[in-house]
Write a protein that binds this ligand. Structure first.
Ligand code: SF4
Length: 250
């Protein structure tokens, strides 16, 4: 009996320490009010630094612009000089992603190409110019939206990223989406769409309809590289873009 009470006391002490640490963390982030169920939902454990990071991310929508910038910088620091997959071997630059932290729309492609690898920026080659035109046609400037990729290093010869590379890298773009909390994610092409919604259906069948990605509506559409090869399908992408514009007005 005495041992049971001792264990119970120890458990209560650990819980109290966990709660204290979570509250100190929120205070440090400048968050003064927390809904009661927030702490229950975090799954935070003092021993687990990753839980600490996910604690930030699960509540990213409560973050202001500066806090989002800080969280993105913390994520970039966590990625560091990443060697988590074999794409690290041939890359010149890690292409983290760029754009407004308050973006209403986030575009996610599959991976950097040659120009992107050289410049360290997403969608700056020919396909990127087409994406920029689409963004402008939708009534935004490129810097109003956020643009990233499923993998952050260039696959050799612009091949598709492989499963192990996607598994190693895709948690980062998912965290970026959590931090930015856009109104809509637009997934560009098969790899991005299948990774984010977790299905293996061809992009031609998936595009044009909304799916749910981490509580964010996601619209799949064709990758701009595909449109460079198949310009006749540009109107389909424009149709998808119009649905996105309607969605962000809701
Ligand atoms: S692709 Fe992603 S996981 Fe792989 S080395 Fe680059 S940053 Fe790291």
């Amino acid at each position: 009996m005495g041992r049971k009470v001792k264990n119970l006391k120890l458990m209560m002490k650990n819980i109290a320490e966990d709660i204290k640490t979570v509250l100190e963390f929120y205070q440090a982030m400048g968050i003064e009010r927390i809904p009661l169920n927030t702490i229950q939902d975090t799954g935070y454990k003092t021993q687990d630094k990753k839980s600490h990071a996910s604690c930030i991310l699960h509540h990213a929508s409560a973050l202001n612009s500066q806090q989002k910038r800080d969280a993105l910088q913390a994520l970039r620091d966590e990625i560091g000089d990443c060697q988590r997959c074999k794409l690290s071997k041939g890359r010149k630059n890690i292409v983290f992603g760029e754009g407004s932290v308050d973006a209403e729309i986030m575009f996610i492609g599959e991976g950097p190409g040659e120009d992107e690898d050289l410049q360290g920026r997403p969608f700056v080659g020919k396909a990127g110019q087409l994406l920029t035109k689409l963004i402008e046609k939708m009534g935004f400037k490129r810097e109003d939206v956020y643009i990233g990729n499923i993998v952050k290093c260039r696959p050799p010869g612009n091949r598709d990223p492989e499963e192990d590379e996607i598994s190693a890298c895709s948690p980062f773009i998912k965290k970026q989406a959590d931090i930015i909390s856009p109104k809509v994610v637009v997934s560009l092409g098969r790899v991005s769409t299948q990774t984010l919604i977790g299905v293996k259906i061809p992009i031609g069948k998936l595009r044009g309809k909304f799916y749910q990605f981490e509580n964010i509506p996601l619209m799949p559409t064709f990758h701009p590289s595909y449109l460079l090869r198949n310009p006749k399908d540009k109107w389909l992408v424009w149709e998808d873009a119009q649905k996105v514009l309607e969605k962000i007005k809701e």
